[in-house]
Structures are given as C-alpha cells and as structure tokens.
Design a protein around this ligand. Structure first.
Ligand code: PMV
Length: 328
C-alpha cells in the first residue's frame, strides 16, 4: 500500500498554452518537451492511513494545491480493485530554491507513478500520463524521459490526451538546457490563470493554436535530425508567439522583464560570434538556453554576464521511476 517514485521536470520546446476543458485539463493544441536531469522530485504515497495528509517540501499543503493532489488520488481510488482508504502523500524536490522551473510537472508525474503503484496498479505510461495531467497539464510530459509529445486528443473524456515519448534521452546526449534565473521572485500570474485569460480575451489566440499544432511535427523532424540551429530557431519563435498571444490579452499579460530582454538580445550577438545558443521562455521571466555540450560553459558565462543570479545546467533526463527509498 506504499510506493515511492522519482520524476524529472520538463521544458516545452513547443509550448502548451490554453485549455479546451478546464476540469480535465485538456489542451487546445499539442506540445513537445524535453525532460531535464539532474533536477527531480521524489514522492511517497501510502493508502490505508487514518486521514488524507498532503505534505510538499516540508509543509502541509492547503487550498488548490491540496485539492489537486486529492483529486488525483481520488481518480486512483476509482481505478483500484480494492477499497484503498485515505492516503498520506509526502513530496520533496531537489530543485535549488529559485530554479525558475515549475516543480509541478515533476511533482505530479512522481505522484501519478507512486499513487498507482501504491494502489497495486501495474506500470502503464499512458494511464500515468493521463493521471498526471489531472494535476497539471505539463506533468503528463514528465512520465517518460527524453523528448515527449502531448497529443491534444479529440475525446471529451480526455482518454486520448496524453504524452508519448518520441525519442529517449540517449538520442541526443549532447543537447544542453541552461536555466538562467534573472528574477528569483514568484511570478504574478500563474500559468493556469494566464492561459485562461489568453484563451478568453486574446484575438491572437486562434492563430497561436493553429501555429503551435503545426510546429510539433516540424520540431519532431528537427530533433530526429539533431539540427540544433533549426530547432533553436523554432523554439524561439514558438516562445515569442506564446508571449505575443499573452501580450494581446485584455488586460495584457507580460511575463518578460528588463533582465529577460537584455539576455535575449545578447544571444543574437553571441550567435554572430559563432556560439550556437537560443532561448525558450515559459510563463515567467527566466529564459532557458538551448545549446550543446561544447558551448554550455559559454552559455552559462553569457547568462551570468547578463545578470543571471543563478544558472542551472541540465542534460536530457530519463523516465519517472519507482524507488524502494520511501520518504516516510
Ligand atoms: O502545466 P502548467 O499548468 O504548469 O502550464 C505549463 C505552461 C508552460 O510552462 C508555459 C508551457 C508548457 O508547455 O510547459
């Protein structure tokens, strides 16, 4: 009745931005991401305890955070063959304090894998991805390592909306992602609110959906060829288009700050000098730089020279796994 899983976060190369179903977390478009190592979240779940308890990084979870965890556990209870009873869940991330990366993707992926195992259900990446999606959309892309594609699906029940691995981490071991933390603060508008505001009010939203859907197979092809320059250019234009749709919302949403723009502008200069480095940007001010192993030190130096407070170098990460080392 107790199981522990470890999962890595992921960074989207083609972003997910906007839900067609808020309750089931079904996206308007497909997306594609890279799982990142060495960052990870470990989660232990035990069913059959006295009452539901949710602990995240040493704190008792409250409000929406707790509700999302309980909802996911409820879905596992519905699938289990026996009555499971209340659950205790403890989760711990090894992310540096302000990694600038959402730990929710790794957290809900680890929770989905641990909860199913604790319930006696067999490992099944599709079922785990669907379950993780109920916690946070991007989490469905952290069940498997390497490059994962979240296929939007068509069904109203979401059973065809899950992520599949296109290439394992070993396909492109030389690829590097360098997280440049230019701002350690909490973001003003959470992804879930920002994307809803964009869906509801941005006149550019339909164009975003059409474009992002079309970029997924292009990105897949560039990853197959390991074409860093073309993939870097695709990542940048996809990030710009997501932010363009958000800037056009009412009221407007601007996740970039002066530090973000300063760094982005320097990337152009670096490329002119022969450093292959491009950026992507989630719903926050901290760019993630895409480069290769030969240039990760140069990318870090560039980020620091442009005022990055912390820099975290990542490599392609592996699958979410079960581990015998429980947190309680
Ligand atoms: O899954 P959420 O609610 O954390 O939203 C993720 C949104 C982005 O990070 C901006 C894009 C993505 O695909 O991860």
């Amino acid at each position: 009745m107790k199981a522990t899983a470890l999962a890595h976060p992921n960074i989207a190369l083609v972003k997910y931005w906007g839900k067609r179903d808020e309750a089931l977390i079904l996206p308007h478009q497909s997306s594609l991401s890279l799982t990142l190592s060495p960052l990870s979240v470990t989660t232990t779940v035990e069913f059959g305890v006295a009452s539901d308890q949710v602990e995240l990084n040493g704190h008792t979870a409250k409000g929406g955070e707790r509700d999302r965890v309980l909802r996911l556990l409820e879905s596992v209870r519905a699938q289990a063959k026996t009555a499971l009873g209340p659950a205790r869940m403890v989760s711990r991330g090894d992310f540096p304090m302000a990694a600038g990366l959402a730990s929710s993707a790794a957290g809900f992926a680890a929770l989905a894998v641990a909860a199913r195992a604790a319930a006696g259900l067999p490992r099944d990446t599709r079922a785990e991805s669907i379950l993780a999606r109920l916690g946070s959309g991007s989490a469905c892309r952290s069940i498997e390592g390497g490059f994962c594609e979240w296929q939007r699906g068509e069904r109203a029940d979401g059973e065809d909306s899950f992520a599949v691995q296109r290439f394992a981490a070993g396909h492109w071991p030389d690829l590097r992602m360098v997280v440049a933390v230019v701002d350690r603060g909490e973001k003003d508008v959470k992804s879930r609110d920002g994307m809803k505001q964009t869906v509801d009010t941005s006149p550019y939203y339909p164009a975003w959906v059409k474009d992002a859907e079309a970029e997924v197979p292009v990105a897949r092809e560039l990853i197959a060829r390991k074409d860093l320059q073309a993939l870097g250019e695709l990542c940048e234009r996809n990030a710009w288009r997501m932010h363009a749709a958000s800037l056009a919302a009412n009221p407007p949403l601007c996740y970039l700050n002066a530090g973000t723009l300063g760094l982005i502008q320097h990337l152009r200069e670096a490329r002119k000098k022969g450093v292959p480095v491009w950026f992507t940007l989630d719903a926050g001010p901290n760019p993630v730089l895409l480069t290769d192993a030969a240039h990760e030190v140069a990318a870090e130096a560039l980020a620091r020279a442009c005022g990055a407070l912390d820099v975290i170098r990542c490599v392609p990460g592996g699958d979410a796994t079960l581990t015998p080392e429980h947190l309680f």
